[in-house]
Design a protein around this ligand. Structure first.
Ligand SMILES: Cc1ncc(COP(=O)(O)O)c(C=O)c1O
Length: 353
């Protein structure tokens, strides 16, 4: 703490991301990255852009990328906002739609960046408890004072909430914005984007970090009614005209254009997820039915903290949250079949000991 810090700096409690290691041979299953590289078309587009235009500023309005993203959901470019990772899009959304003095709601077990943004922007919040099986208490999100934010599928529980329940939450907050953070939606079923034409208070946020293998490029986006998008643009243009660089713009666009690669890699991850879910159950874990690119698993007799450390010692990194309610769970990102085999071998070894 320093006398020079503003009250904003003093009250903030920054988010701590999962460990990033560069050790060779480590099996990294801790930050929900995609184990497959981006589409070769992404590399081609980035290479071309590097050779041509890097001395020039990028487009401040990202029209081509917004139009491409919009097309894939039947939306116009004016119904799409793009930003530097969905974390930035979420932060802008807190500023654009939530008010200091009016409590927002999010699930008690959820993405731990939400309370960080809330504190940063001085927005009070209520944490809505989950049911014992981690499903949402849907009606507890109705008639919020300041708005709602929740991920679907939820993180770190991996559970998907059916669209009819999401719609009920949107419908029952007609004067407040409901943000559905769909970081993992491409490993699940239906996106709430199909409700955007019906509800002017619905903002759907997605990312290229997971299903399109672009965590390193930092491209996230929001979809919603044109007046919500206009609000995000006003915030961005009061902050930084060029949140996405030239390489990010062309790379993300190429990723959206290569639908076949996207379908192939997400299909592989879903198949691997279903296999590891069964393996974990056979090893004595309970695993809620995941619709994400990770599973959330708790062993019937061995503590999650012990397993986290024992796996780490053997070169396998998973995520452990030392938080009430989930402190006996491991969040395990889905890697390749080969990586998950290595994970299962080490896990068996630890459990047999
Ligand atoms: C629920 C959720 N939302 C948003 C993000 C942020 O993704 P990014 O900033 O890489 O787009 C994550 C990343 O782990 C996440 O789990």
């Amino acid at each position: 703490m320093s006398k020079f810090w503003s009250s904003m700096v003093k009250r903030t409690e920054p988010y701590v991301p999962g460990e990033q290691v560069i050790q060779p041979n480590i099996v990294k299953l801790n930050t929900n990255e995609n184990p497959y590289p981006p589409s070769p078309k992404v590399m081609e587009a980035i290479r071309g852009e590097m050779e041509r235009n890097l001395q020039l500023y990028p487009s401040p309005t990202a029209d081509d990328l917004r139009a491409t993203v919009g097309r894939s959901y039947g939306l116009s470019a004016d119904e799409v906002f793009v930003g530097n990772g969905s974390d930035e899009v979420l932060a802008f959304s807190f500023m654009a739609f939530f008010e200091p003095g009016q409590a927002i709601r999010f699930p008690a077990v959820t993405y731990s960046f939400y309370p960080v943004y809330a504190k940063l922007f001085d927005i009070p919040y209520e944490e809505v408890p989950l049911n014992d099986d981690f499903t949402l208490q849907v009606d507890q999100f109705f008639q919020s004072e300041g708005g709602v934010i929740l991920p679907n599928p939820n993180a770190p529980t991996s559970l998907y909430t059916e669209l009819e329940h999401i719609e009920a939450i949107v419908k029952n907050n007609p004067d407040k914005v409901v943000i559905i953070d769909e970081a993992y939606i491409d490993f699940a079923s239906k996106s709430a984007a199909e409700l955007i034409q019906q509800y002017d208070n619905l903002l759907v946020v997605q990312t290229t970090s997971k299903s399109r293998s672009l965590a390193g490029l930092r491209v996230g986006f929001a979809m919603g009614n044109t007046s919500l998008i206009a609000a995000l643009v006003r915030i961005k243009d009061s902050f930084n005209s060029y949140t996405l660089d030239r390489l990010a713009l062309v790379g993300a666009q190429a990723a959206f254009e290569d639908e076949a690669y996207f379908a192939e890699t997400t299909g592989k991850i879903i198949a691997t997820r279903n296999k590891i879910q069964t393996t974990l159950e056979q090893l004595g874990f309970s695993v809620p039915p995941s619709q994400a690119n990770f599973v959330f698993a708790s062993h019937e007799t061995v503590s999650a903290e012990y397993l986290y450390n024992a796996l780490k010692k053997r070169g396998i990194l998973v995520r452990y949250f030392n938080k009430p309610g989930i402190d006996n769970y491991l969040r395990i990102t889905i890697g390749t079949d080969e990586q998950m085999k290595q994970f299962a071998v080490k896990l068996r070894e630890i459990l047999e000991k």
